[in-house]
Design a protein around this ligand. Structure first.
Ligand SMILES: Cc1ncc(COP(=O)(O)O)c(C=O)c1O
Length: 422
């Protein structure tokens, strides 16, 4: 009962939230468990259901093959351009296709080919492992002459900008980083690192999976060379939604995808026997675009673009700031540590809290306490807050239940056995 005024304060924040009504545009019942995993899989927008039904029934069902002439063919670029407004990218530089992993393969090989004399790929130990596997795979494919240099972390949350700058030298071909770290939520300084890489003659690739749709990004203004990302997190595109590729217009003539498919050919329906790359970003397409999956992402991107990234970031900062306030008041006293940077300027859309029994606590939250966060080894419970759907009262309830999971011993019922997907 002593904590009730805090819950009332959370409700007051919701009442004053200018984006509160946006939640009604999503499938989200008050009786559902509290969803704190929008940084892994965003909620379903209501507009997506209507749009998908229309595309399936009217376009696929009725128009059949004629759909390619009435909007399907342009969908990867059309949606890419709209997404570009959230990424600081002028039209013609973003295309929706493939998965983030496949897109990273494409742009990494394209970038390495643009720096043929150089042998080092610089990344960091907090990067998403799939990105590092891709770099290892590309190095092996190129005969093992390339070397992946991983900048260490001193605090397991952040990477020092000075260490990163020191790691870039005249052998660096590519600096390949994830803008917002998947565990801690720490933000890299895109402008400074891109400038440092360019000063050393290297190119940059940014993975925007954890930043697109939740914070402002300025790809063009930072003169980023390449970027990739997924659209199933804050972009709400649905499970396994297509990823995207950004290639700065400055590279459109020279950069080549290593996958020479017919949709990247300059005349796919010319059926020439030799490959000539399409002009512009289209050359990073490979095969037939997944029209139904693209139909799912289009209304979701539209919705975010209409709200605008400044308002989204303002709400995100309020949510993460509140989560850290509640961490200090409720969670630090019962043995949690903060797994994210405190400085709002260096924090993305999620907050991690750590506890030696993190795995069991996460299971207790999901199975007993009606909260869905996620867990990342070894001890991180990630609290993903989606600015359009997460309420301040959700954050309060999550903090209170995290506290209760420990003080009431709920977590003890769950063995420390790990499951691959949590
Ligand atoms: C930062 C980052 N990069 C890459 C990936 C891999 O994306 P995909 O499985 O869609 O290829 C993920 C997946 O969560 C991610 O978080």
């Amino acid at each position: 009962m002593a904590l009730m005024p805090d819950r009332a304060a959370a409700l007051a924040r919701d009442a004053a939230d200018p984006l509160a009504a946006a939640r009604e545009q999503f499938v989200a019942a008050d009786s559902d468990p509290i969803y704190m995993d929008g940084n892994s899989l965003g909620r379903l927008p209501r507009a997506t259901m209507t749009h998908l039904r229309r595309v399936v029934e009217d376009e696929w069902g009725t128009q059949l093959i004629r759909g390619w002439g009435t909007g399907w063919y342009e969908a990867p670029q059309r949606i890419g351009d709209r997404l570009g407004t959230l990424l600081g990218a002028a039209a013609g530089q973003v295309v929706m296709c493939d998965s983030t992993s496949v897109n990273l393969f494409k742009v990494l090989l394209a970038a390495l080919a643009l720096r043929p004399q150089r042998r080092t790929i610089v990344s960091d130990v907090l990067n998403f492992p799939s990105d590092l596997y891709l770099a290892q795979g590309c190095a092996a494919l190129l005969g093992g002459r390339h070397h992946l240099r991983l900048v260490p972390s001193h605090d397991s949350l952040t990477i020092s900008a000075a260490d990163l700058a020191d790691a870039i030298d005249d052998d660096t071909a590519v600096v390949m980083l994830t803008h917002v770290a998947f565990k801690s939520g720490a933000i890299h300084d895109m402008a400074a690192i891109t400038a440092a890489a360019h000063a050393a003659g290297a190119l940059v690739i940014w993975d925007l999976s954890h930043s697109a749709g939740v914070l402002p990004i300025e790809l063009d203004a930072c003169r980023v060379d390449f970027a990739v990302g997924c659209s199933y997190k804050y972009l709400n595109g649905g499970p396994g939604a297509p990823g995207y590729v950004y290639v700065n217009a400055a590279w459109h003539e020279q950069a080549l995808s290593p996958i020479w498919g017919w949709f990247g050919q300059h005349q796919p329906f010319g059926f020439a026997l030799d490959y000539t790359p399409a002009a512009g970003i289209a050359r990073f397409l490979a095969g037939t675009p997944p029209i139904l999956a693209l139909a799912a992402i289009e209304p979701a991107v539209e919705q975010l673009a209409e709200v605008g990234i400044a308002a989204i970031r303002a709400k995100s900062l309020a949510l993460t700031g509140y989560a850290i306030e509640l961490f200090d008041a409720l969670l630090a006293p019962v043995g949690y540590t903060l797994g994210s940077p405190r400085d709002p300027a260096r924090l993305g859309g999620h907050v991690s809290v750590r506890h030696p029994a993190g795995y069991q606590i996460n299971r207790a939250l999901i199975e007993r306490l009606a909260v869905i966060p996620d867990f990342r080894e070894p001890d991180n419970i990630r609290l993903g807050m989606s600015p359009l759907t997460t309420r301040f009262v959700d954050v309060w309830e999550t903090a209170d239940r995290l506290r209760r999971a420990v003080v009431d011993g709920h977590y003890q019922a769950f063995a420390a056995q790990r499951r691959a997907v949590t």
